[in-house]
Each structure stands twice: as structure tokens, then as C-alpha cells.
Ligand binder design. Structure first.
Ligand code: FAQ
Length: 310
């Protein structure tokens, strides 16, 4: 790689300039961005699945409408993100192929089952909260198309967060059975939520280069800490507990202390061996197969002729 071009690129990053698709960029910057944005896009469409199954079973018409809108938003986020990744040169077809063949990763969290309505509310509140912590930071990053997508995504996610919070508060202030449901859901989701922010910084492979090039504007541990700072007090305020006896904020350092979640389980889950990985990919594969005729029809010359008239 030309050292002069690299130096000029790094100077632009240092000045806080945004990089656009046609600007010169190091091959590794392009490769890392494709990896990260693609995984993020996959997480959004796969993320629609655990909550999506609750649309028909949501406990009221109001909840059903709100959840349907939220799930639809998540799929829309995938569209925005696939678009941002395409600007770097990988086609949407190639990305979807890599998803359904298991080559590409997506977030660990969506490989767990949503057994009860309370699980779906905990996802809407806390997984969206975690996503916002990560994405509001990275929206200020260096690659312009990703930042533009993240800005819009975060605006929508903040509605999801309000919806999720309202649904959790409703259960937590409800009957003993509702409280029990939401407590059990929290116990189930807490370890995967801790995993959600990625491995500890000392184990993270990509953080160094991504922080240097301002793609990641906060490290995995920084995001995890910020999330705990914002949400653990809110969870405790509701009289709910978290399944970690060591969880406490160190009054002197201001740092949250916790039991390390099982990082072996995390590795298994992100590499395809979690409780729902096979089911999640099977659903996507079926969607691809069933939608093939629509894509084919849209690309046919006849369709391109009639489309503008429609
Ligand atoms: N799950 O070196 P690092 C959402 C992998 S969107 C799976 O630390 P990095 C919205 C990582 O890819 C949620 N894999 O990696 C919603 C790498 O593997 P590789 C998604 C993970 O990139 C809400 C290896 O471990 N958000 O929730 C995970 O520096 C509700 C080493 O890790 C994004 O994608 C994980 N949790 O940091 C939808 C945000 N963590 O590729 C529906 C953008 C790590 O070498 C309902 N992404 N890995 O094979 C990021 O910010 C970063 O990529 C991290 C990971 C922070 C996820």
C-alpha cells in the first residue's frame, strides 16, 4: 500500500473528516468495514425473528401494533445497512449468501429462544438499549455511509427502547405472576446481554485497528460499562434482580464489577452452535427460496417496462 496515501488517509481520520465510498482507503479499512456492517445488517434481520414470533401472541391490540412496527423497523435497518456495506463493493446477494450458508456471523443474542411474552419485552428494552449505546458512539465514526445509516437507526431504536421499557414496567408492576415472568426472562437474558458487547478488550481481535481508524468510537468494555451504568439502576429500581451476585459499582473507581460471563459459550454461539442458530438460518433460507420468484420477476425486462407505470 502506498505509504503517502496511507499517511494522508490517517491525517484525514485524525482531523475527524468523514470518508466517502469513492475516497481512497486502505484495503484493511474496507475489509473491516464490510465485515462489521455486514454482521450488523444480518443481526437486524435475524433479530426480527425472536420478537417476530410474538406479534400474533402479543397480549393486546396496542402491544401487537407497536411490536409489529418495531419488527418492521429492524428489517428496515438491515436494508439501510446492506446499502451501506454495498458501497464498499460487496453485493447484497453475496452477503445474504454468506449469511444463509453460515459463513458470516451475526449477533450472539438472537440465537436464544424467546419463550414468553416477558422475553420479548426484555429484548425490546435491554437489547435495544445495548444496541443504542454501541451505535450512538459509532454514528460519530469515520465512514460516512455507515454513520448516516446509524443516525437514522438510532432515532428509531429510541422509540423501541421506550416501548420496551413501558412493556417491562407494566409486567414488573403487575401481578405476582407477571413479576415472576419478567424476572425469569431477565435471568435468562442477562448472560447473553453481557456477551452482546463483544469479548473483553484484552481478548478483542479487531478493536485496536477499528478504534485507530475511528470505526469503533468506544471499545467493547466501554460500551458494556456504559450500558450497566445506565440500565442496572433502572432494573434494580423496579425491584428486579440480576443473576450475578458480584454485580456492583465500585464506589471509588466508578467501574462496574461483575462475574465474567461464560466466554466459551459465547464462542460456541457465534460460531453456529447456540440454541437457535440452525432454526434462525433455516427461516432465512426459506425466505430466500420463497422470495426467489419475486426477485426474478422484478429483474425481468417486461417488469422493468411496466414498473414505472405502476
Ligand atoms: N455476536 O474483535 P471483536 C441490534 C465476534 S444490532 C456475534 O471484539 P469487533 C438491533 C466478532 O465479529 C446488534 N459475534 O470484534 C436489534 C469477531 O469475529 P470475526 C448488532 C460477535 O468487531 C435489537 C470476534 O467475535 N450490532 O441488536 C459479537 O471489534 C433488538 C472478535 O470480536 C452490531 O453489529 C457478538 N455480540 O467488535 C435488532 C454493531 N461480539 O468477525 C432486533 C456493529 C464480537 O473476526 C432486536 N458491530 N463478535 O469472525 C460492532 O460494534 C462490533 O462488531 C462488535 C464486536 C462490538 C459487535
Amino acid at each position: 500500500e502506498d505509504p503517502q496515501l496511507l499517511a494522508a488517509f490517517e491525517a484525514r481520520i485524525a482531523r475527524g473528516e468523514k470518508i466517502e465510498p469513492h475516497d481512497w482507503m486502505p484495503a484493511l479499512y474496507r475489509k473491516q468495514l464490510i465485515r462489521m456492517i455486514e454482521q450488523h445488517a444480518h443481526s437486524e434481520i435475524i433479530g426480527a425473528l425472536p420478537e417476530g414470533t410474538w406479534i400474533t401472541r402479543a397480549p393486546s391490540f396496542k402491544r401487537k401494533m407497536a411490536l409489529m412496527a418495531k419488527v418492521q423497523d429492524e428489517v428496515g435497518h438491515a436494508q439501510l445497512l446492506y446499502g451501506a456495506a454495498e458501497t464498499l463493493g460487496k453485493s447484497r446477494e453475496a452477503m445474504l449468501h454468506d449469511l444463509i450458508t453460515g459463513k458470516s456471523k451475526y449477533s450472539n443474542i438472537f440465537n436464544y429462544p424467546a419463550f414468553t411474552w416477558a422475553d420479548s419485552t426484555v429484548i425490546s428494552w435491554l437489547v435495544d438499549a445495548g444496541a443504542i449505546v454501541n451505535q450512538t458512539a459509532n454514528a460519530k465514526g469515520s465512514y460516512a455511509p455507515y454513520c448516516r445509516a446509524l443516525e437514522r437507526i438510532c432515532a428509531e431504536e429510541s422509540f423501541h427502547l421506550k416501548y420496551g421499557h413501558d412493556a417491562v414496567v407494566h409486567l414488573a408492576t403487575g401481578t405476582p405472576l407477571q413479576r415472576q415472568m419478567v424476572q425469569e426472562a431477565l435471568n435468562r437474558w442477562w448472560p447473553p446481554i453481557m456477551h452482546f458487547f463483544g469479548p473483553p478488550d484484552k481478548m478483542s481481535v479487531h478493536t485496536e485497528v477499528l478504534v485507530r481508524w475511528k470505526v469503533k468510537m468506544a471499545t467493547n468494555d466501554e460500551c458494556r460499562q456504559q450500558f450497566m451504568d445506565m440500565y442496572v439502576p433502572k432494573i434494580w429500581e423496579l425491584g428486579l434482580t440480576l443473576p450475578d451476585p458480584n454485580l456492583r459499582k465500585n464506589a471509588e473507581t466508578g467501574v462496574w464489577e461483575y462475574t465474567e460471563p461464560d466466554w466459551e459459550e459465547f464462542k460456541r454461539v457465534i460460531n453456529g452452535d447456540g440454541p437457535c442458530n440452525k432454526e434462525r438460518l433455516a427461516v432465512r433460507r426459506t425466505a430466500e427460496e420463497r422470495g426467489a420468484w419475486v426477485r426474478k420477476a422484478l429483474l425481468s425486462p417486461k417488469m422493468q417496462y411496466v414498473a414505472p407505470l405502476a
